[in-house]
Design a protein around this ligand. Structure first.
Ligand code: G3H
Ligand code: ZN
Length: 275
């Protein structure tokens, strides 16, 4: 069932769950994630990012992922992750994406609000949800990217000024961590949820320990973004398969085990998030 982000997150706070948003790059990982979600009867978000759309046009992702979502037995949202370019947002909306994230985290708050409102004006009339970011979640090993923890008052002001459907906040995570070493600032999270009712989103969640992932469901965290954990699982298993089967040159048999491992990993993360 294809749904937008607002519908995906409806009632999630009361259930004490958070919906996983997984970065996926093609049929193999997307179908593994949907299988995991169906096994747990959990809603799920398939996220396309800039790396993916540099490889394959966003229009093709729109066709593939919306078809898969429509066939799924659980609610599936098709989301454009970290868009900084409004033209890409327009292409995503035209391609059937049901949700977009406008990432103005590197801009001043005024510019971020102005651009987020522009995206909302494009998206909402077409029933497409919008996520934005206040503060800035950095990238492990990347220098020169502004990293700023979210100030509760700024989050409140941003949510009220824009009317955004979900808000990404920086509370101690970093994107692309290969180990679970993030130190989550639960006090900051509590202070943010104390001043706004907007559903909160945590990025860079591969770096969060299993224990802290489960703890997030006690707060108003509605969406938890996970990318690197699945990429590592797919890549590592594929490498093993290639080395263990030196005469195999067809990709489909080589993809089998990585798909199973991605499904298992996605399932584990969703269980930690309360499903
Ligand atoms: O937007 C994507 C996520 O924040 C994924 O982060 O790759 O560190 O899990 P991650
Ligand atoms: Zn992110």
């Amino acid at each position: 069932m294809l749904v937008n982000l607002k519908e995906t997150l409806k009632g999630i706070k009361e259930k004490k769950c958070a919906v996983a948003g997984f970065n996926v790059f093609g049929y193999e990982d997307a179908s593994a994630v949907i299988k995991a979600a169906e096994a747990l009867k959990a809603p799920v978000i398939l996220m396309t990012n800039k790396v993916a759309v540099a490889h394959m046009p966003i229009e093709y992702y729109g066709l593939l992922f919306t078809a898969m979502a429509k066939d799924a037995k659980v609610p599936v949202c098709i989301h454009l992750d970290h868009a900084t370019d409004i033209d890409l947002v327009k292409r995503a909306i035209d391609s059937g994406f049901t949700s977009v994230m406008y990432d103005g985290s590197q801009l001043s708050i005024e510019e971020n609000i102005k651009n987020t409102k522009k995206v909302i004006a494009l998206a909402h009339p077409l029933n497409v949800s919008v996520e934005a970011e206040i503060g800035a979640v950095g990238y492990s090993g990347v220098e020169g990217y502004k990293e700023v923890y979210t100030e509760p008052e700024e989050a409140k002001h941003f949510a009220e000024a824009t009317g955004v459907d979900a808000l990404a906040v920086a509370i101690g995570t970093l994107h692309r961590m290969e180990t679970q070493g993030a130190k989550i600032q639960f006090d900051r999270l509590k202070a943010i949820q104390g001043v706004t009712d907007v559903p909160l989103v945590i990025h860079g969640s591969t770096g969060i320990t299993d224990e802290d992932l489960s703890k997030l469901t006690n707060y108003h965290v509605a969406k938890v973004n996970i990318g690197t954990a699945l990429r590592m699982m797919f890549g590592k298993t594929l490498r093993e398969e290639i080395l263990n089967n030196p005469n195999e040159f067809d990709r489909i048999p080589l993809f089998k085990k990585p798909m199973i491992k991605v499904e298992e990993e996605a399932k584990k993360k969703m269980q930690l998030l309360g499903f």
